[in-house]
Write a protein that binds this ligand. Structure first.
Ligand SMILES: [Zn+2]
Ligand SMILES: [Zn+2]
Length: 410
């Protein structure tokens, strides 16, 4: 049997792993400041959860889901994203009956059957957050501020947002805008790409974010949804923008930022960093005030975002771990292992050579181990009940009584 890793997947270790850990630590630290609790949901759910929550005619559900059948023939899917799972958890655990508002964040793998390419994997990782129960723009602002702070914590340059509102389902709001947009698109119909010619009547908003050149050009002057939303949606959007300006959140309006599904509402955004370039969003999010209704639950205002960890990990600067702990050298296995245990139990990272190779080789390993001190238990030291300590940061050497060693290295 020839072992091979599954296409589109990878093992994380070494430098990649430390980058992931740095991102995850920063996320936990920053999100905690905003009152977000971590949530872990199962990696698989009933397929219908995603079919309803992400949308049956999206690529994610239509083409990219990893489907499983359990032993009784029920259809399960590896989660392609987390919002549907978190919403499911809020409903099945009655989270909203315990509190008027809840905040959750998650970190974990998602699965999509996409063509693997640089930085894209079939098992990929996301960090995200969801905020339930608050419809005022304070919640939208909070999410944006938290994202900005997270980006600052991982030393990414200038964070800016692209922002849009897609209104609500009131007849005078998005539905009226759609009619206006369809009329505009029909006048250009024969010059749109094939996909968009079909979409004019099935999902006209999606024509706005088509990536085909001719469609990008033809929709540049399309009516802008943020100029045509209902009064309440307009008040929400204006309120958010005023607060963003007060907090000096950099943003630009982008009327082409849309979501294709009806349960999305109002705020839509993408987050950019100079490190990623203007073409690539690091992530995005927005409101989905209508999603709970899709699952037959009472309406709960909600919003959130997701960031791709795999790509962020490539952007952050290399992490050079700080020297830490001790390396213990010697040939008396009993003496070495008991000092190793003693230092570990006292809370120090402590390493040694399990093969007890030559002193020269042990010194070589100690030099590579990135520790602050090397403790030498040679024959002479053992006779004198002492340890020779070499400080790896400044080269200084000392002889220390074995019984005082923990005080010395403290
Ligand atoms: Zn509206
Ligand atoms: Zn198109």
């Amino acid at each position: 049997m020839k072992l091979k890793i599954v296409k589109g997947t990878r093992d994380l270790y070494g430098d990649d792993m430390s980058r992931f850990q740095r991102l995850e630590d920063a996320a936990r630290d920053v999100f905690n400041l905003y009152g977000y609790e971590e949530i872990r949901t199962p990696m698989f759910e009933k397929t219908e959860l995603f079919a309803h929550g992400v949308g049956e005619d999206t690529d994610i559900v239509g083409k990219e889901m990893f489907l499983l059948e359990d032993r009784r023939g029920r259809s399960l899917a590896l989660r392609p994203e987390m919002t549907a799972s978190v919403v499911r958890s809020v409903i099945t655990n009655n989270h909203m009956q315990q509190s008027t508002h809840r905040r959750f964040y998650y970190i974990g793998p998602m699965f999509r059957y996409e063509q693997p390419q640089k930085g894209r994997f079939r098992q990929f990782y996301q960090i995200g957050a969801e905020y339930f129960g608050v419809s005022s723009p304070d919640a939208d602002l909070e999410i944006l501020l938290m994202l900005r702070q997270f980006f600052q914590a991982i030393d990414l340059k200038t964070v800016s947002f692209q922002l849009n509102t897609i209104g609500c389902q009131l007849p005078e709001c998005r539905p009226a805008f759609k009619n206006r947009l369809v009329a505009y698109l029909e006048s250009k119909q024969d010059r749109l790409c094939e996909n968009c010619q079909r979409r004019i009547h099935t999902n006209p908003l999606r024509v706005l974010d088509c990536k085909e050149e001719q469609c990008i050009a033809l929709t540049a002057d399309a009516p802008k949804i943020y100029e045509h939303v209902c009064e309440e949606c307009d008040t929400h959007f204006t309120g958010l923008r005023q607060m963003m300006e007060a907090h000096e959140v950099e943003y630009s309006l982008n009327h082409k930022l849309v979501r294709g599904l009806d349960y999305y509402s109002r705020t839509v955004f993408e987050v950019y960093s100079e490190n990623l370039g203007a073409q690539n969003a690091a992530g995005g999010g927005g409101r989905y005030d209508g999603l709970f209704e899709v699952y037959g639950s009472p309406i709960i205002p909600a919003l959130g975002f997701a960031l791709g960890l795999d790509r962020l990990a490539m952007l952050i600067s290399e992490t050079k771990p700080q020297p830490e702990g001790v390396f213990i050298i010697g040939h008396d296995r009993q003496a070495v292992t008991s000092l190793v245990a003693k230092t570990r139990e006292a809370g120090y990272k402590s390493l040694y050579d399990p093969f007890q190779s030559s002193m020269k080789s042990q010194f070589r390993q100690a030099n590579k181990a990135n520790v602050t001190k090397v403790l030498i238990l040679g024959e002479e030291e053992l006779k004198a009940n002492s340890v020779s300590v070499k400080n790896m940061l400044n080269g200084q050497q000392d002889s220390v009584n074995l019984d005082d060693i923990l005080n010395y290295i403290a």
